[in-house]
Design a protein around this ligand. Structure first.
Ligand code: 3HC
Ligand code: NAI
Length: 698
């Protein structure tokens, strides 16, 4: 049953019942259409209430059906709305909690709408690279006015029902109902049962006194806002039709055409992929969703450095008390001052209220003694990246922490299993790899050790949601998912310099592809000395792995990046603008000459594909080794932690879009380049197999 039917006095109640959010899939649409017909056939019924069971009125069209014949099967959403609109007896939508997308469009096809306060109302299709395709762009402007409706459609953000109900002249809601919504909706339906003619949104007019100027302004704004996404501009076109089309149905047909065209764009495919990938990331194949979780009410953080303070802020923001432990009072004072400064900056920008700042700081305490943290439910270690130092910390934690406490490490390169082995409770040890700045970056790699308990994993994933991180599980390996891949990308960036490119050419090409920042600008921001330290270790551990020496030569020149005023680029004092550096170009040319390489002109296309496919090849190995459990997890890591362009859906989705056969062919070409790493470019067996079989990663 996907919609139930019952008669309460003179009112038929049709209740959408398609968990989790009453998506309007085929079976649900059919059940609603049948309910409307049945109510119209029943002489005892005078009016109809359309309600939603569970945690939503409706979250909209069933996204899972997109691209399948079910999405179009009759009754499709448009024809269902027509059926509702044509009902001879009034239909009242009873809206609570969530009314979005096709759900709102269905409600707009009803004759009346009543709502509970606090319901989230939205046309969020634009976030999936689409636009409302079942009349939303035509009906919402008719009930809310052109400007309010266009804003909602272009942004896709929810607005609360009581806010919309309070708008002067609005015709979206006929009544706001405090208390029992269904009872209130039935009472309303009885009140209006005999009124004729039945009201209909299609008969209203969408008007704007200066339509041409307004739509031109809207077009310019949208163009600047969403240059990589086609949907927002098409939203403007459709709303313009609500004002200018010769008839309601002409506007509807225009909207349908635009919706269908967007459905086939790679941008929409990428956004829909990201929507599901984000939700899939929280599911771990062998950890059932009902795994019991541990209670996390108090958190301790060890180390008040760059990461410790940011990590603490995440919990303070969620109202969870934190104690930070350090070895020296000065380090604590510095750490706390940084946390306070970060909050004060937010207050200054108007993003946080002063009383919130005070509340958050009041949840923060500090200590130099392990005794003060022994009752914490979760402790996150963020001390120096040195196994010896971590050993001392984890042995101390093992001594003092209460049984059942989760012991997490924020290590970015060390072996979580070795860290777990410093304790007598490896089942309680897990990696929580935050990204810098830890209070801002969405990504959290949850590193699952060989002995990490399933309940620990389930708890950490739930905690991540509470602190609004996108958590992705990674197995233990050098660099985990994200940094292991980025190492290959950085190596390629170095080889490109040796072969003839400049740092700014590489950065420009990959930024044009859509990365937030190219590898060299990124190195300057993060500090080139960090990579240098890692490479020095690699030269010992992996003597056969070749790196370009240019990055080491740069560090030998003292050019660590923005913090030293010079890196791959020059920087003016106090400024962050990257200025091409003659000294760096000279260093690269000299090194090239020493290697005996004749520089060649390298196309942007080659730069992009060498960088991105190096990520893809390493990712395929990561997948094959089981370090990541699904390709979409890898996409989430890159979308939320590494600035991969959202409209390309992550490296795996990008490779799928290019066609894995083509990706493999490109790798074979790269392998022939005598200055590159031929062994690395052997396509990973999983990639080769999928390409052979004509399959995709996702
Ligand atoms: N169709 C199918 N499944 C949906 C769905 C939808 N429209 N919306 C959410 N779900 C699923 C999610 O995939 C997830 O499934 P899972 O448990 O198997 O992973 C589950 O519902 C719960 O989702 P959330 O974790 O996001 O739950 P929240 O309670 O945090 O949020 C929500 C609920 C606000 C409805 C949020 O899921 C959301 O924003 N959904 C997208 C809504 C949307 O974009 N609607 C427009 C669809 S397109 C459309 O209607 C086209 C039309 O104009 C023609
Ligand atoms: P940091 O050097 O800024 O801070 C480390 C802090 O730990 C210092 O304040 C130090 O006084 C304190 N400390 C050292 N030994 C201690 C001990 N025995 N007990 C208590 N406190 C001690 O280092 P950062 O950058 O914050 O890194 C911390 C950890 O986070 C490392 O494991 C690092 O690999 C990891 N990490 C760092 C990222 C970054 O971008 N900086 C990103 C992700 C992870």
């Amino acid at each position: 049953m996907t919609a139930s039917y019952e008669v309460r006095g003179a009112v038929a109640v049709i209740t959408l019942n398609n968990p989790p959010v009453n998506g309007l899939g085929y079976a649900t649409r059919k059940a609603v259409a049948e309910g409307v017909a049945r109510a119209n056939d029943d002489a005892a019924v005078q009016a109809i209430v359309l309600a939603g069971a569970g945690k939503a009125f409706s979250g909209g069209a069933d996204i899972r059906e997109f691209g399948t014949p079910k999405a179009l099967a009759e009754p499709n959403l448009l024809s269902l709305i027509k059926t509702v609109e044509a009902s001879g007896k009034p239909v009242v939508a009873a809206i609570h909690t969530v009314c979005m997308g096709g759900g709102l469009e269905l409600a707009l096809g009803c004759h009346y709408r009543v709502a509970a306060p606090g319901a989230s109302i939205a046309l969020p299709e634009v976030k999936l690279g689409l636009l409302p395709g079942a009349g939303g762009t035509q009906r919402l402007p008719r009930v809310l006015g052109v400007e309010m409706a266009l804003n909602m459609i272009v942004k896709g953000d929810p607005v609360k029902s009581e806010v919309l109900a309070a708008l002067p002249g609005q015709k979206l809601f006929d009544r706001l109902i405090d208390g029992d919504l269904l009872e209130g909706a039935i009472a309303f339906a009885n009140e209006v049962a005999a009124r004729r003619p039945l009201p209909s949104v299609r008969q209203l007019k969408a008007v704007h006194p200066e339509a041409d100027a307004y739509f031109q302004f809207a077009r310019n704004t949208v163009k600047a806002m969403a240059k990589h996404f086609p949907a927002p501009a098409r939203c403007v076109d459709c709303v313009e039709q609500a004002v200018k089309a010769p008839s309601f149905d002409a506007g509807l047909a225009y909207e349908r055409g635009a919706f269908t065209a967007l459905m086939f764009t790679p941008e929409s495919r990428a956004l829909r992929h990201a929507f599901f990938a984000e939700r899939a990331a929280s599911k771990i194949p062998d950890v059932p969703e009902d795994t019991p979780q541990r209670k996390i009410e108090r958190v301790a953080v060890i180390g008040a450095g760059t990461m410790g303070g940011g990590i603490a802020m995440n919990f303070l923001n969620a109202g969870i008390p934190v104690t930070i432990l350090e070895t020296k009072q000065e380090a604590l004072d510095r750490g706390i001052a940084t946390v306070r400064k970060n909050y004060e900056a937010q207050v200054k920008k108007g993003k946080l209220q002063q009383d919130k700042l005070d509340q958050r700081m009041a949840l923060l305490s500090t200590t130099l003694s392990y005794d003060d943290i022994k009752n914490a439910d979760l402790v996150i270690e963020a001390v120096f990246e040195d196994l010896g130092v971590k050993e001392g910390v984890f042995k101390a934690l093992d001594e003092v922490m209460k049984p059942g406490a989760i012991l997490a490490s924020n290590t970015s390169t060390l072996d979580v299993d070795r860290i777990a082995a410093f304790t007598k409770r490896p089942q309680d040890v897990v990696g929580m790899h935050f990204f810098s700045p830890a209070n801002v970056m969405k990504l959290l790699e949850v590193v699952r050790g060989a002995k990490t308990g399933k309940d620990v994993l389930a708890t950490v994933m739930a905690v991540a949601k509470k602190i609004r991180k996108t958590a992705v599980v990674s197995g233990v390996c050098d660099g985990f998912i994200g940094n292991r891949m980025i190492e290959q990308y950085s190596r390629q960036a170095g080889f490109l310099l040796e072969e003839g490119a400049t740092p700014q050419q590489v950065d420009k090409a990959i930024e044009k592809f859509g990365f937030a920042m190219g590898p060299f600008r990124m190195g300057d921001l993060a500090g080139n000395d960090i990579g240098w330290a890692i490479r020095k270790r690699r030269y010992v551990e992996k003597p056969n792995m070749r790196y370009s020496k240019t990055a080491d030569l740069l560090c030998e020149m003292g050019r660590y990046g923005q913090k030293t005023g010079a890196g791959w680029y020059d920087y003016l004092p106090g400024k962050r603008d990257a200025i091409p550096s003659a000294a760096v170009v000279e260093m690269i040319e000299k090194h090239r000459a020493e290697l005996g390489i004749t520089p060649r002109k390298i196309s942007d296309d080659e730069i992009v594909h060498r960088l991105v496919y190096s990520l893809v090849n390493e990712a395929a190995k990561i997948l094959e080794e089981g370090i990541a459990s699904k390709a979409s997890d890898i996409d989430m890591v890159y979308l939320t932690g590494y600035g991969f362009p959202l409209w390309r859906g992550g490296p795996m989705n990008y490779a799928d879009e290019q066609g894995l056969y083509n990706v493999v062919q490109a790798m074979k070409r790269f392998a022939k380049n005598p200055h590159d790493d031929a062994a690395f470019w052997q396509p990973a067996p999983l990639l080769a197999k999928l390409a052979d079989e004509g399959k995709r990663f996702n």
